[in-house]
Design a protein around this ligand. Structure first.
Ligand code: NIG
Ligand code: FE
Length: 430
């Protein structure tokens, strides 16, 4: 049995209280529920009490000796950060493409010439399960060191069943063996394989009729995603794929309006997607439809930054009532980063979001984007003991002093797993 944890005396403790039932929208995205001189008592992996230090000290005075006490004096305490959109499981890297893009090639040109997603697919196909696992563990450790306690992970570098299965199995194993929770998404329709170049519909059928049923039967994913983009999958093909997933219990997600406007946001609302992601070129009509249906807009300003494109209009989406979340989009082509705090900074400086809004977007709204709002994303009694402590006296300073990893301590399931910015516990990979 693990010891209880008593996190004491934070200069600001961000609770995001009262947000478990639905993602926050509009002004409510700024209601952080801050407690000054705040403390939390966690036991059996679950939050038991949250409040002023004086109150919790009194309540637990007879039990102090049995708890691990974490002094958060002068520090910021938040819910463990949640990353709702990553391509965590892949092999290799593509720094050569950065060089090509700096010399004028576009992301799509590189992909159409057989690089891009196809290049990572070849590397991922060639990697053994163990190699893929190890590369992904290293990334997951980096996520953890940046204060992230839950990540979503997509397949999609297979383009044939064997490699898709390998990616999904690695994600499952990571979830079982790594302290960070990994939530799995099937993304069989990430690009059209070269063999299907002239018959993309045949590939769409393969995804719908062969892969999706197999993923569902083996319980390998909760969500089903598609790259709806000009030159990749059309809105019609995307609709078919997402509807097929729904029939097998996989909730729809969609890479929408990333490079060109393609009515992806509208499609997300129409199929009842849990989230529409990217949205750099989303139309106002699409945004309004998302707001109406409560589709979470998962914004990825790191991708816009890295592709040297204009970011999504986060400010406008929030004002229109779209529940906005933030994510790294961690992948080897368009956003090779694990730093969700840096993405939050871009949210402020590139999308006009406030420091309060980006914190909501990377915690409770991110949790809702992966159907986890009831168990993570806020610091409330009954929720998982997932907490991040930053070396920052207040939440605004996190966005002000940028480019630095402020993560000091991470508590996952009620256990200290990062201390002084370093992982304390060797991962038990038994
Ligand atoms: O979210 N847009 C499609 N997929 C990823 C990029 C994948 C890659 O380039 O390897 C994205 O940007
Ligand atoms: Fe992505």
């Amino acid at each position: 049995m693990n010891k209880a944890i008593f996190i004491r005396n934070a200069s600001q403790l961000v609770t995001l209280k009262g947000s478990s039932h639905a993602p926050l929208v509009k002004e409510a995205m700024s209601e952080l529920g801050i407690i000054e001189d705040g403390s939390i008592w966690i036991e059996d992996g679950v939050i038991q009490a949250v409040g002023k230090d004086t109150d919790l000290f009194e309540k637990y005075s007879t039990r102090l000796a049995e708890a691990v006490v974490v002094d958060a004096t002068g520090k910021l305490v938040t819910p463990g950060l949640v990353d709702p959109h990553t391509h965590l499981v892949f092999a290799g890297s593509r720094e050569n493409e950065l060089n090509m893009r700096l010399q004028g090639s576009s992301y799509m040109e590189i992909m159409n010439a057989g690089g891009g997603i196809h290049a990572t697919t070849r590397r991922t196909q060639a990697a053994t399960h163990e190699e893929l696992f190890q590369e992904s563990v290293d990334r997951l450790n980096q996520f953890l060191r940046h204060g992230v306690t839950t990540v979503e992970a997509k397949s999609g570098y297979g383009m044939e069943w064997e490699t898709e299965l390998k990616q999904l199995e690695v994600a499952k194993q990571l979830n079982e063996r790594h302290v960070v929770d990994v939530v799995s998404t099937f993304m069989g329709a990430h690009a059209v394989p070269k063999e299907y170049k002239d018959a993309p519909d045949a590939f769409v059928r393969k995804v719908m009729e062969e892969m999706i049923p197999e993923v569902a039967e083996r319980g390998l994913a909760e969500f089903n995603d598609v790259f709806c983009e000009q030159g990749v999958f059309t809105p019609e093909q995307s609709r078919l794929i997402l509807e097929a997933g729904k029939r097998y219990g996989l909730k729809p997600k969609i890479h929408a309006d990333e490079i060109e406007p393609y009515e992806g946001a509208e499609l997300a609302a129409e199929v009842g997607a849990i989230s529409a992601d990217h949205l750099l070129r989303a139309s106002e009509k699409g945004m309004k439809a998302m707001a109406e249906k409560g589709v979470v807009g998962v914004l990825l300003p790191g991708t816009a930054y890295f592709l040297m494109a204009e970011s999504a209009n986060g400010r406008k989406m929030i004002d229109l009532g779209v529940p906005v979340a933030l994510s790294t989009d961690c992948n080897p082509g368009s956003s090779p980063t694990v730093s969700l705090p840096f993405i939050m900074n871009l949210g402020c400086l590139k999308m006009g979001m406030t420091p309060a809004e980006v914190l909501t977007a990377a915690t409770i709204n991110a949790a809702h984007a992966i159907h986890r709002g009831h168990e993570i994303g806020s610091l409330e009694v009954g929720k998982k003991g997932d907490v991040t402590i930053f070396n920052s006296e207040n939440y605004m300073k996190l966005q002000y002093a940028y480019g630095v990893n402020h993560t000091d301590t991470v508590v996952k399931n009620g256990q200290v797993v990062v201390r002084g910015g370093q992982i304390v516990e060797e991962l038990s990979l038994s």
